[in-house]
Design a protein around this ligand. Sequence first.
Ligand code: ATP
Ligand code: MG
Length: 267
Amino acid sequence: MIFGIDAGGTLIKVAYAKNGTLQFTKFPIAEIEKVASWVNEQSESRVCITGGKAGVLLSLLNKKAKEIMEFEATHLGVKFLLERMGRVEDSYLVTNVGTGTSIHCIENNRQERIGGTGVGGGTLLGLSHLLTGVTNYEEIVRMAGTGSRDRIDLKVKHIYEGKEPPISGELTASNFGNNLFSVAAELSREELLAAVLGLVGETVSTVSVHAAKQCGVSTIIYIGSSFFENPLLKEVVTSYTVLRGAQPLFLENGEFSGAVGALSLVK
Ligand code: ATP
Ligand code: MG
C-alpha cells in the first residue's frame, strides 16, 4: 500500500492506492495516533507526508517516510486533480481554505505563495461556536443554509438610501454591520451561522480576487476542507468572485490536494 498524508491543523487527509485505485479518507487531528497505527500495521507500505503536523506524525511512525513541503505538495495535487477533471489550465490562483487561508500563484508550472488571511475554516468553526454554541461542522453548515443574513449584514444599498450607489448595492458594506442592538436578542442561530459563513466566504474571495489581479490570472481554484459538502460557502465565494470579474473553480476532492501531491512523490 502507498500513502500520501496531509496532516493539517484540523484534519488529516489520506490519499492511498489500493489494488491500483486511488482512495481518500480523512480523520480529525485528535486521531493522529490512530492514523499512525494504521500506517504502521501495513507490512509493505511506502509513505510521503506533508502539512504542519507532518513532524508529529513522522515521530509516531515505525518506518521511514518521505516528507514534502506542503505548498509543493498542494501544487502537485492540484495539477493532478485538474487533469483528472479534464481541465487544462496554465496560470491560475490557488486559494486553500483550511484552518487558515493560504493563497498561491501558479505560473509556468511554478508556485509562489503570495499571501493569505487568518480568516478560514477555523474562523468558521470558532465564531460559530462562540455565537451559537454549535460545534459540529455538518450541523453548522446545515443550519447556516436555512438562515438569512438580512438582519445582520449591512449592504451598500442600505447606506445609499434613496440614492444610486457608486458600486453594486448588493455588495456587503459591513459584515455584522447592521444595527444589531435592537435585534440581537431575537437573532436565531441559523441567522448567526449564515452571517458567519458570509463573513468567511466574502473575506476569502475578496482577498483572492485582489491576489489574482496581482498575479495576472483570472481563474481562482478554491480548495480546502472548508468547502466540503458546504454549498452555501461555495455559493457565497462563487458570487463574490464572479462579481469581481474572476472565474472560480472548485476541484473535485480538492481538500485532498496536499495528500495527492504527497502520494505522487512516493517512490
Ligand atoms: P491547515 O491547512 O490550515 O493546516 P487543515 O489542512 O487541517 O488546516 P482543511 O482540512 O483543509 O485544513 O480544512 C479544515 C476546515 O474544514 C475546518 O476548519 C472546518 O471549517 C472544515 N471541516 C470540514 N469537515 C470537517 C470536519 N469533519 N471536522 C471539522 N472541520 C471540518
Ligand atoms: Mg491544509
